[in-house]
Design a protein around this ligand. Structure first.
Ligand SMILES: [Zn+2]
Length: 322
């Protein structure tokens, strides 16, 4: 039995997965690899986690209270300022070698052979040129926009449903220019030290749907909201489609459902589970590890390019984003 952090043994497994599916004598089956990514993948880019970043800069507002449909209904301008700021922090960093390694893996395999699920909303995987057909953003993206209108049409069929993906325009509208420069407008204080009230941004100055002129909202999943049903259905279909050879768990402790459930389902479908995370080799991280599983404690940016080298070759550091 290989040790849980044996790089050569992992690479051998990867070669076997790829070659058995390519050889004529095999059942003619394509390899199937599932990945589940979390905040740890983006940590090496310098992006702090949701609570960390925002709590420091949006100190007069609880970010947990801004990321809700109720907050958007009450003051869409305030919520948009918060998201313009978050877009800025995400755009201020670059995808790292972990993002590029996963994107290269996606390009080295047939589309149906690798599905990458990410809990990250930071847009770094798309910016690393990860093929969109092999990427599912479980919690949405800071860079997708969705129409909330038209008003008074709560049932799905009557909704406008306009949406756009990977819109990196900054600022989205002039009213959000200050927030989009990374200025925390909530930090301004009056002579008494108390925060000054922010002028409310009129709805017509916020991002608007080109189809129905309703408000656009950030395309992220807010607290109290369900994940996209259609997307989950597609993931379920992929998972149920046959044997899974390998499950990569990258930068996440995967304690949140439905994400956590995918690991168990992949295992039941035959997958070897490989965890790549800073605490993967801690006592907690090794809990539940099976004898043939792998756990690599460290940064995904350092480890993924090495682990995946048999399929992606030497990862070239990109000089510019695609
Ligand atoms: Zn619309």
């Amino acid at each position: 039995m290989p040790a849980h952090n044996d790089v050569a043994a992992f690479q051998e497994l990867l070669r076997r997965i790829a070659s058995s599916s390519n050889s004529v004598s095999a059942a003619g089956r394509s390899p199937r690899i599932l990945a589940l990514c979390g905040a740890g993948l983006s940590a090496a880019s310098g992006l702090a986690t949701f609570r960390g970043t925002t709590a420091a800069l949006w100190h007069t507002h609880d970010p947990m209270e801004l990321a809700t449909p109720e907050a958007f209904a009450a003051d869409p301008g305030l919520v948009w300022r918060f998201y313009a700021y978050r877009r800025h922090t995400a755009l201020a960093v670059k995808p790292n070698a972990g993002h590029y390694a996963l994107a290269a893996l996606a390009r080295s395999l047939p589309t149906s052979s690798f599905l990458c699920l990410t809990q990250n909303v930071d847009g770094l995987s798309p910016r690393a040129n990860h093929p969109p057909e092999g990427l599912r953003t479980l919690h949405g993206s800071l860079f997708s926009l969705r129409c909330v209108g038209p008003p008074g049409h709560e049932d799905h069929a009557a909704r406008c449903n306009y949406s756009v993906e990977d819109d990196f325009t900054e600022p989205l509208v002039p009213a959000l220019a200050t927030a989009a420069e990374g200025v925390d407008e909530t930090a301004a204080a009056g002579p008494d030290g108390k925060p000054l009230p922010l002028p409310r941004i009129p709805a017509e100055e916020l991002p608007q749907c080109p189809k129905c002129k309703s408000l656009l909202r950030p395309g992220v999943v807010w607290f109290g909201e369900a994940l996209d049903k259609e997307m989950l259905k597609g993931v379920d279909q992929w998972v149920a489609a046959g044997k899974i050879d390998l499950m990569l768990v990258v930068g996440t402790s995967a304690e949140v459902y439905p994400a956590a459930g995918y690991i168990e389902r992949a295992r039941r479908a035959g997958a070897v589970v490989a965890t790549i995370n800073l605490d993967a080799e801690s006592r907690q991280g090794l809990k539940g590890l099976r004898s043939r599983d792998f756990a690599f404690g460290g940064s995904a940016a350092d480890i993924l390019p090495v682990l995946l080298e048999p399929l992606i070759g030497k990862l070239e550091e990109p000089t510019a984003e695609a």
